[in-house]
Design a binder for this molecule. Sequence first.
Ligand SMILES: C[S@@+](CC[C@H](N)C(=O)[O-])C[C@H]1O[C@@H](n2cnc3c(N)ncnc32)[C@H](O)[C@@H]1O
Length: 272
Amino acid sequence: MLFICKGKKEFLMLFDPALSPVAHIAMKPRFGYFHPHFVGRPHMSIRSTILLALIAMFVGFTFDSAYGQRSPGRGFGRDSGDAELEKSPLAANAFEKKALSVLEDVYQNQRFRNVPQHDGRLLRILTQSLGAKHVVELGSSTGYSGIWFGLALKETGGKLTTYEIDAERAATARANYKRAGMEDLITLVEGDAHEEVKKLTGTIDIIFLDADKEGYVDYLNKLLPMLRPNGLVLAHNINPRMADPDFMKAITTNPDLETVVRGGMSITLKKK
Ligand SMILES: C[S@@+](CC[C@H](N)C(=O)[O-])C[C@H]1O[C@@H](n2cnc3c(N)ncnc32)[C@H](O)[C@@H]1O
């Protein structure tokens, strides 16, 4: 927890402990700061401390809801009350057992804005039930959602093409696909997906949008023509605060598409 004070203005900000030193260095020249651990008494009244702590808790809760990054104690990777009715995924064979253990490890130790477990399971179910042969994912991060797709694609005989712009996350994702025994099922393309997807050929069964939110319309324009009839466009972080209105317009006003939004994910069927 970091207290930043400037004159009479008081701010309370919560940072990931790992980011704190960076935040300190970045903020010091601008604001000056008092850190309670180092300076002792922060210059804030008890009332404003409580008020700001409540605001911080609200912001933290909102962030959790948006990214599904809840602590294990609050329900590992779950994003809604519905998920409380579910049981943990069960492995039917050695391949699934290994994949599920890698998923658990990624979620606990290498998390970067990954979908909640509940959404990962939904991606798998939709992919397998559609018999998808080619899934295209925008935004691999550390490979969490990709491994959920991989579980389905192992059964359907399909492949995932996934895009990641960040070199470090791309390397982590590749290593995780390998650990999960999915290196033959998943191709990670490193680079700006807006450019890289232009090289795609063939038919797509499922498009999963989970990269830059303001880029969803561009991805849709480029990939929808390649989506087969009865294929799906799935988009993550679709809620009133985060959804791009242009994207929502594109998926809800085209009579050839049918869209529902549930639990922060839009599911769009290409009718023909
Ligand atoms: C929300 S995370 C993806 C989470 C991942 N689908 C999962 O659930 O494990 C978004 C990722 O998209 C990547 N990204 C953002 N803009 C991109 C772009 N233009 N091209 C490729 N990747 C991009 C970010 O680097 C980030 O790792």
